[in-house]
Write a protein that binds this ligand. Structure first.
Ligand code: ZN
Length: 188
């Protein structure tokens, strides 16, 4: 499959009428906002941050509703919130969108469909795929205990335990909003 950005500035109505199906391996860097969520890639090797296969099917269903059904599979590298090293996260998701032109139309959609409000605009398929990915990617990730570089017998974000161990992991001292959440959990 060709690694190329997804088509941009398209008339989604035409794809629906044609019953188009698009399969692609878009580079992570071509998906808006996704790279920011992932562990930092290596600039030498494009898409060290992961690789994804996208399939989009445009059609009119039996209820005369215009639809985009999609599937995204692959692997992305996200940051383990325990040791702050990259870790692979599998992606395997499907979505079913009902194409509508306005908010009012969106309210009439069957509950099983997520609205995709397109109005009269041309759309970038990468935007649609990014939005769905952002909704499905896990917010925090941890290696399995065997793979994690951080000893999980204690938490170095807990000051009591840090004293007991007598060592603070420099990596863990970085400002990280997730650690604040972690600390709240431990404080309970
Ligand atoms: Zn880890």
């Amino acid at each position: 499959m060709l690694t190329a950005p997804l088509p941009s500035q398209i008339d989604i109505r035409k794809l629906v009428v044609k019953g188009a199906e698009i399969s692609a391996n878009p580079p992570i860097s071509s998906l808006p906002r996704i790279a920011d969520l992932l562990a930092e890639g290596d600039s030498d090797t494009e898409d060290k941050a992961g690789s994804l296969a996208v399939n989009l099917r445009f059609y009119i269903d039996d209820e005369r509703q215009r639809r985009v059904d999609g599937q995204i599979t692959g692997t992305v590298k996200m940051t383990c919130q325990r040791c702050l090293e990259p870790m692979p996260v599998d992606v395997d998701m499907k979505f079913e969108l009902g194409i509508v032109w306005s908010e009012e139309d969106a309210e009439r959609l069957p509950k099983s469909l997520e609205p995709l409000i397109v109005g009269d605009e041309l759309v970038d398929l990468a935007d649609i795929v990014s939005d769905e990915l952002i909704l499905s990617l896990p917010y925090v990730n941890y290696h399995s205990p065997a793979d994690c570089k951080q000893n999980i017998g204690y938490s170095s974000v807990d000051p009591e335990h840090t004293d007991a161990v007598g060592k603070v992991n420099v990596e863990q001292e970085r400002d990280n909003p997730f650690q604040v959440l972690e600390q709240l959990k431990f404080d309970k």
